[in-house]
Design a protein around this ligand. Structure first.
Ligand code: LMR
Length: 335
């Protein structure tokens, strides 16, 4: 047999395999996250699932694994890098694990005083720069999704920074959040999200910080008697995918998935605020947690205690980046 006949036969066999592989069914995307389906992130993931199926006319099937059923927050990034899941939406606090320290800016207390300030950063050059830093880790950033602004909760009343002295407070794995708790003389305890309810119930920790939707949907309000509406920090997400997987998708499929992600992102950011307001109303209505609204003076006392964390963490997260955010949002650390 002549060489080109062998090669032709080999090529045809390969083409047949590729066709057979496509004929075996849709491309499956496993989308794993750690919150419940009825949170802003859970609902936006569901929107993406629905639109991805519709826009690709069934060529892609998105399977959502909520509540950390596949991987908890300590495991999910590595699972994505290994290609065991294709999409995640970890909170921005969790990217320090990858060694991308710049993501710590999102954890700096009071740096964003509302969703608009936040949008001016993530929708611009800073947001693009941060996502691009993930590429060398084998990760492609797709979008930023909002959740909301955090409040402290505890089993003792908190009205002033001094009330937090000695309290064991759960934090996400973030050096900035650790420094934040130390600035309040509290004891930071890093813990996976899925373990927090039990730890609060058992008294292994005294309190935590959350946007209202997480406090409510994890039922933490049942085991936290007090909450103070500090809005001292932001919790949002970067939606990310395995870069090899994403780059290997047929171009027309990738375009449709990007379209679905853009629509899911608009939806996520539209519902986040009202979902958090609804959760706060439900927490109040439960009567289980005493929700305290600080006075302006009390709020300023927390600000004075916490804004110095920016300087302390500047060498870690990047002084230039912090200054770029101040410029974009108009934040003045001296006010
Ligand atoms: C947390 O661990 O508190 C959050 O990151 C959970 C989440 O995904 O909102």
């Amino acid at each position: 047999m002549r060489l080109h006949t062998v090669l032709l036969g080999f090529t045809l066999a390969l083409a047949g395999c590729a066709f057979a592989a496509q004929a075996t069914g849709p491309i499956v995307i496993k989308f794993s996250h750690v919150v419940t389906p009825d949170t802003p992130k859970g609902k936006a993931a569901e929107k993406f699932r629905e639109l991805a199926g519709r826009y690709t006319r069934g060529a892609v099937r998105v399977e959502i694994y909520p509540n950390g059923v596949l991987y908890n927050d300590n495991e999910e990034l590595e699972a994505l890098q290994r290609g065991e899941v294709q999409i995640l939406a970890p909170s921005l606090a969790k990217f320090g694990r990858l060694g991308v320290r710049e993501f710590g800016v999102f954890d700096l207390p009071y740096i964003f005083d509302g969703y608009e300030a936040l949008d001016s950063v993530v929708d611009g050059a800073v947001g693009r720069l941060l996502l691009s830093k993930l590429e060398t880790r084998g990760i492609h950033g797709l979008a930023f999704w909002d959740n909301g602004f955090k409040s402290f909760s505890s089993n003792v009343p908190i009205h002033a920074p001094g009330d937090m002295k000695g309290l064991k407070m759960r934090i996400q794995a973030s050096s900035v959040l650790e420094e934040q708790m130390l600035a309040l003389q509290a004891q930071p305890r890093v813990m996976a999200f899925s373990e927090v309810y039990q730890a609060l119930r058992d008294g292994a920790i005294d309190g935590t910080e959350n946007p209202h939707s997480n406090l409510y949907t994890q039922r933490m309000f049942e085991v936290q008697r007090y909450m103070i509406l500090t809005n001292h920090g932001y919790l949002g997400y970067a939606v990310i995918t395995n870069k090899t997987f994403w780059d290997g998708l047929p171009t027309e499929i990738r375009i449709e998935l990007e379209r679905a992600m853009a629509a899911a992102t608009t939806y996520a950011n539209q519902i986040a605020r009202e979902e958090n307001e609804g959760a706060l109303t439900a927490i109040r209505a439960s009567g289980k947690t005493n929700v305290y609204m600080p006075t302006l003076e009390e709020r300023n006392a927390f600000k004075r205690a916490l804004v110095p964390v920016h300087k302390k963490m500047a060498a870690r997260v990047g002084e230039d980046l912090i200054q770029a955010i101040y410029r974009a949002t108009g934040f003045n650390p001296d006010n």
